[in-house]
Design a protein around this ligand. Structure first.
Ligand code: NYM
Ligand code: MG
Length: 231
């Protein structure tokens, strides 16, 4: 018995040291970009990721919908018009598409990776609530409990500039009238700490503004717990 005790305690010590180490390692930040279609979100996300990677930061780009999964393929078919789905069903699929990524997102964040995310649950609410008969409160429910972003960058674009940037694509929702309602919904659901940025400027100027906000958040959240959305 006495001979066994020593290796056991050493094992336990090693285990708790490892645990302390993971608990004490810096976490990454969850950064979300939101806005209407054509506001330049994707361009900015990709540029930001490229620049941060060059600076040897641990970052990963994610986007919702993630059209590569089984659920994502159903969403893609709905958006490009090759399938019809009930409005409740597509809303829940968009949410399920986030939940299927949530565990991995948390793992990456805990492991120190900063996630740059093109759209999140706020798009889910703003787009579905733009349809007749859908209340914001109902729309939020399926996403309650997801990891909460540490920073939401909301890019706005006036109607004239949006029009100047060229027409919308051919996907469902890409019509001026619908987008106007979406923008109103973003105003309703946006929280005090969102960074609202007018996207009507050069790609470089917009990037510089965004990058400094993101860097600050990355430093601020190192030792903070990951929060949960709408709880
Ligand atoms: N969209 C996106 C939703 O309606 N609900 C959601 O939860 C999300 C994440 O999908 N018009 C809409 C917004 C867009 C469309 O997005 C596809 P993207 O970023 O254009 O691939
Ligand atoms: Mg789009």
């Amino acid at each position: 018995m006495t001979r066994l005790r020593w290796p056991f305690s050493r094992l336990i010590l090693r285990h708790s040291l490892r645990q302390m180490n993971t608990e004490m390692s810096k976490r990454g930040a969850l950064i979300v970009f939101e806005g209407c279609d054509r506001c330049g979100k994707t361009t900015q996300c990709k540029k930001l990721v490229e620049v941060l990677e060059n600076e040897k930061e641990d970052v990963q780009f994610l986007r919702f919908p993630d059209r590569t999964t089984v659920i994502g393929k159903m969403i893609n078919a709905y958006l490009n018009g090759s399938s019809e789905l009930d409005d409740h069903v597509i809303h829940l699929l968009f949410s399920a598409n986030r939940w299927e990524a949530a565990k991995n997102m948390k793992k990456l964040l805990q492991g120190g990776t900063t996630l740059i995310v093109d759209r999140y649950a706020y798009s889910g609410v703003a787009f579905t609530a733009a349809k007749a008969g859908f209340e914001v409160d109902w729309c939020k429910q399926p996403d309650v409990g997801l990891p909460k972003p540490d920073l939401v960058i909301y890019l706005t674009l006036n109607q004239q500039e949006a029009a100047r940037r060229g027409g919308f694509g051919t996907e469902r929702y890409e019509q001026a009238e619908f987008q106007k309602k979406v923008a109103e919904n973003f105003e309703t659901i946006r929280e005090k700490d969102w960074k609202v940025i007018d996207a009507d400027k050069s790609i470089e100027d917009l990037h510089a503004e965004i990058k400094s906000l993101v860097k600050k958040t990355m430093n601020d959240v190192h030792w903070e717990e990951i929060r949960t959305l709408w709880t």
